[in-house]
Design a protein around this ligand. Structure first.
Ligand SMILES: CC(C)(COP(=O)(O)OP(=O)(O)OC[C@H]1O[C@@H](n2cnc3c(N)ncnc32)[C@H](O)[C@@H]1OP(=O)(O)O)[C@@H](O)C(=O)NCCC(=O)NCCS
Length: 196
């Protein structure tokens, strides 16, 4: 896990907020341009309906366009990665992408911090995700936030590539997430209603 000082947010002109129905076309467009896993419109709408409070977008304020997103879900009564024989609520980072022109500015890190913060608020005690074994940029992003590989799933992706499952317990990352969330607030990068 990196220290907070290793996170540089260069988010001038970018705002992070919850996804709304009007953003879905933009999210789908970013998804198509950044990932081979392209879900149906109804999947995105179902995620918005069921987990809208933990579905975030990054928007370029110049044209009000979605340039990144992080779509998450909660899994209840699920087997813990870290505590034997324990059932917990897990946060699942289902899909994240940032358009190529906007990368290496801390936007995905910010989306992850915001997502984790709000999944923790909804009682997730662990967060996990799947990532292609060949996707080094994404693995670096998750390692920087303290995630570690907990499993490898053979043939996870449609083209036959394996996935790493990466996960982190809340206790390990809570203070990093809180500190970075406060920083994002201070630099006015967030437009998020807290009462949800
Ligand atoms: C992975 C992705 C979301 C990162 O978005 P981003 O906004 O550029 O990420 P950040 O700027 O927050 O980068 C955070 C850290 O991730 C790592 N990282 C990001 N891009 C990287 C790259 N091209 N090469 C190596 N490490 C990289 C670095 O450790 C980086 O920290 P640093 O810039 O201080 O070195 C983006 O590249 C993307 O959309 N990729 C295609 C979709 C995808 O792979 N999604 C994840 C599926 S599991």
């Amino acid at each position: 896990m990196a220290s907070t000082s290793e996170f540089k947010f260069n988010l001038d002109g970018i705002k992070i907020r919850r996804c709304s129905i009007e953003d879905i076309a933009g999210v789908i467009s970013v998804n198509r341009r950044t990932l081979p896993e392209n879900y149906s419109t109804s999947l995105f709408l179902a995620m918005l309906r069921n987990f809208g409070s933990i579905f975030f977008v990054a928007v370029d304020l110049q044209n009000d366009e979605v340039i990144g997103y992080c779509m998450n879900k909660l899994e209840f009564d699920a087997k813990s990665f870290f505590e034997r024989n324990r059932k917990v609520t897990k946060g699942h980072v289902f899909s994240i992408g940032v358009l190529p022109d906007y990368r290496r500015r801390g936007i995905a890190s910010a989306l992850m911090v915001v997502s984790m913060r709000h999944m923790f608020k909804l009682n997730a005690s662990e967060v996990f995700l799947e990532v292609r074994v060949s996707n080094i940029p994404a693995q670096n992003l998750y390692h920087k936030l303290g995630f570690e590989v907990v499993a490898r799933v053979a043939n996870y992706y449609a083209d036959g590539e394996d996935a790493y499952v990466m996960a982190i317990p809340r206790s390990k990352v809570d203070s990093l997430v809180e500190e970075l969330y406060l920083r994002l607030k201070k630099i006015n990068a967030l437009e998020i209603y807290e009462d949800l």
